[in-house]
Design a protein around this ligand. Structure first.
Ligand code: MN
Ligand code: MN
Ligand code: MN
Length: 290
């Protein structure tokens, strides 16, 4: 079986999160789950962090799963937050360490500002801080989970709706670096840059195509065309973007936690036939084990 066949069968997952960002599983537990689901090629792509890659790589080797280092960098296009996945990155590369370090500082500042707003709204200080204290790469999801644990929101989504969403009472604007910077950091680290979940941006068709073109121009190589939670129509639209801008197709679940069944690890619609899979350049001609 080739990598291409494996991608079409959903046995490749090139986008998922561990507890080193806003996932809940350790890298080792994540790999164990991937193994149980029959995943044969896995990349760990935590937000602005590669801290879990060593552990995940060792766990994958022990289970005979092929592993790629990865990261999901936060960036900006116009005023929209854009995510760029980096695959097979050298985690020690200076370019990537600088980008992740800067983003982690931005994230800590932003979450601190949002925490102050929440406290001013009457939310108790300590449960929020306890949740965030250990996080190097804190996200709004961490604040949302703390709000749920403190009984201030019925669910993570409820916490976003009530407090944390764009324009909400605890919202703070974030000044992420431009998309070109994120792509440059990935390319300089020897990695392959992939435009993440194009169906989730609040951009009209012309803007999304312009973003995709600028991403390609900056050195981007791939786009996610098949993901958990993507409808067939969204996947077809992403495949059209891939062909128009000569990008290869990537697949992934964007798995965060077992409790969110709509983003299951290793499960997503199949890679459309007309798109060239990015796995060819990532793994060469040889098939993953198994
Ligand atoms: Mn996330
Ligand atoms: Mn994302
Ligand atoms: Mn993600």
């Amino acid at each position: 079986m080739t990598d291409l066949d494996a991608a079409r069968e959903g046995r490749i997952d090139l986008h998922c999160h561990s507890h080193h960002s806003d996932g809940v599983l350790s890298p080792e537990a994540l790999v164990a789950l991937a193994a149980a689901r029959g995943v044969r090629l896995l990349a760990l792509t935590d937000h602005d962090s590669t801290a879990g890659c060593d552990e995940a790589g060792a766990a994958a080797a022990a289970r005979g799963i092929r592993f790629l280092t990865g990261v999901e960098l936060t960036a900006r296009w116009q005023s929209e937050e854009i995510h760029i996945v980096g695959l097979r990155v050298q985690t020690e590369a200076a370019s990537l360490r600088h980008y992740c370090g800067a983003l982690q500082a931005l994230r800590r500042d932003r979450v601190e500002q949002m925490t102050r707003k929440l406290v001013a709204l009457g939310v108790p200080d300590e449960p929020l801080r306890a949740q965030l204290r250990t996080m190097r790469s804190p996200t709004r999801t961490h604040l949302a989970r703390a709000l749920v644990a403190a009984g201030r929101a019925p669910s993570v989504q409820g916490a976003f709706d009530r407090y944390l969403g764009r324009g909400g009472p605890a919202w703070c604007e974030a000044h992420w670096p431009g998309v070109e910077s994120a792509v440059a950091a990935i390319v300089a680290s020897g990695g392959v840059a992939v435009l993440a979940h194009p169906h989730r941006y609040r951009l009209g068709k012309p803007s999304l195509s312009a973003l995709t073109g600028a991403f390609r121009e900056a050195g981007g190589a791939g786009i996610e065309v098949s993901m958990a939670g993507m409808s067939p129509a969204q996947s077809a639209a992403a495949a059209r973007l891939a062909r128009r801008h000569a990008l290869e197709g990537s697949v992934g679940s964007d798995f965060h936690e077992p409790g969110l069944p709509w983003r299951p690890l290793g499960r997503f619609v199949k890679l459309p036939e007309a798109v060239h899979p990015i796995t060819d350049r990532l793994t060469g001609a040889s098939a993953p084990p198994g």
